[in-house]
Ligand binder design. Structure first.
Ligand code: ATP
Ligand code: MG
Length: 363
């Protein structure tokens, strides 16, 4: 198993090292070797030293690996001359067509919980966000922002059959897998098919793919109603699939229900590779202070193992991923994981040690 490792900037370095240590321990526990890591230098720090945002052969080496693990990239103090931040990871998303953005949202016991309803303890859903087209990102990618006059600017909401069919197929497979693991596995198509022709097309393609998955229960929701429902009854949802911008907004909303950025894992998956990273940034305000919560990175590592188990047809890797998830779950249940991020007493190293000891203790 070959991993391209981009630690990046700020707390990205600390949380990716934590995630790697946990990954190795979990793999060892199920009798597997540690991955071979090709560390690629990239990010704002690297840019300020070299004028490049990623090593010159970085993309080739990403291509040669089975998956990419990334800490965090960007520092507000270091920018391109046009004022934009250093973001080679966004280019990787385009280059490798990482269309499926996977954002798990899960309530852990003893972690902050915004909703008073006791059913909120059961929040456990995944938002699947198309990540290469849709609204505004099609403009960013294809330079299709149309300045019509001095008084008007337009962007494009672009939905293609090819990408959307792949997205929906990914969503149905994910829902089916969750069903096999005892979740409801209900898949909800989130759109605005009543207003946008592009999103009526999105829903039409959902229905086309649906025929191949008669075992997966489905639902439909307009995005505005979905925002309301995520606050009113998030425990009723299992997998949501939606276009880029809607997914961006809904995943922040849902993340806000169950804790902080330090819990938000993320996977971005394409045809040939996947990129795994915590959803948070480099957090320069807390870098170098052992304060960052590494759990988002650690849980992203579990997502990577799950992905690799299918890609490489090695089920043991999935077992190692499950071991990590179970260790985090048990750590919270025992109140042994108390991140400073939530007012607790544990920094990056203490949390990592605790997760490692839970993995060691497991039968
Ligand atoms: P980006 O544009 O790269 O997403 P951002 O401006 O959204 O970055 P983050 O770096 O994600 O900012 O940080 C936002 C806030 O959340 C900061 O106050 C930061 O300290 C906090 N934060 C982010 N990640 C963590 C973490 N893993 N543990 C604790 N606090 C975090
Ligand atoms: Mg951010």
């Amino acid at each position: 198993m070959r991993i391209a490792l981009i630690k990046g900037d700020g707390i990205g370095v600390d949380v990716s090292e934590a995630a790697l240590a946990v990954l190795e321990a979990a793999l060892g526990k199920v009798g597997q070797d540690a991955p071979s890591c090709d560390e690629i230098r990239a990010g704002a720090g690297y840019f300020s030293e070299t004028g490049l945002d990623i090593e010159a052969d970085g993309e080739t080496r990403v291509d040669a690996a089975d998956a990419v693990f990334l800490g965090a990239i960007g520092l507000p103090s270091i920018r391109h001359t046009d004022g934009t931040e250093i973001s080679p990871h966004l280019r990787l998303r385009d280059t490798f067509g990482l269309y499926a953005g996977v954002r798990p949202v899960k309530a852990y016991p003893n972690a902050p919980q915004r909703l008073a309803d006791p059913r909120a303890a059961g929040i456990d859903l995944i938002i699947l966000r198309e990540s290469t087209e849709g609204l505004f990102y099609s403009a960013a990618t294809h330079k299709r922002s149309l300045v019509v006059t001095d008084d008007e600017v337009q962007d494009v909401l672009r939905i293609t059959r090819n990408t959307t069919t792949k997205l929906h197929t990914f969503a149905f497979n994910l829902a089916r897998k969750r069903r096999e693991r005892g979740k409801s596995g209900k898949l909800t198509c989130v759109d605005k098919a009543n207003v946008f022709t592009s999103l009526a097309f999105f829903r039409q393609l959902f229905d086309e793919v649906r025929h191949d998955f008669p075992d997966v229960p489905v639902g439909y929701n307009y995005v505005d109603a979905q925002a309301l429902d995520l606050v009113r009854k998030p425990w009723e949802f299992d997998v949501l699939v939606t276009e880029n911008m809607f997914g961006d907004i809904l995943s922040d909303l849902a993340g806000g229900l169950v804790g902080g950025m330090g819990m938000a894992a993320c996977a971005e998956i394409g045809d040939s590779t996947g990129l795994f990273q915590p959803a948070h940034g480099s957090a320069p305000d807390i870098m170098g202070q052992d304060k960052a919560n590494p759990l988002a990175a650690i849980l992203s590592g579990a997502l990577m193992l799950d992905y690799l188990s299918v890609k490489l047809d090695r089920p043991e890797l999935g077992d190692a991923g499950e071991l990590i998830n179970a260790a985090v779950e048990a750590g919270f249940r025992d109140n042994a994981l108390r991140p400073m991020e939530f007012g607790g007493d544990m920094g990056t190293r203490a949390i990592t040690r605790q997760v490692l000891s839970h993995i060691e203790k497991r039968p």
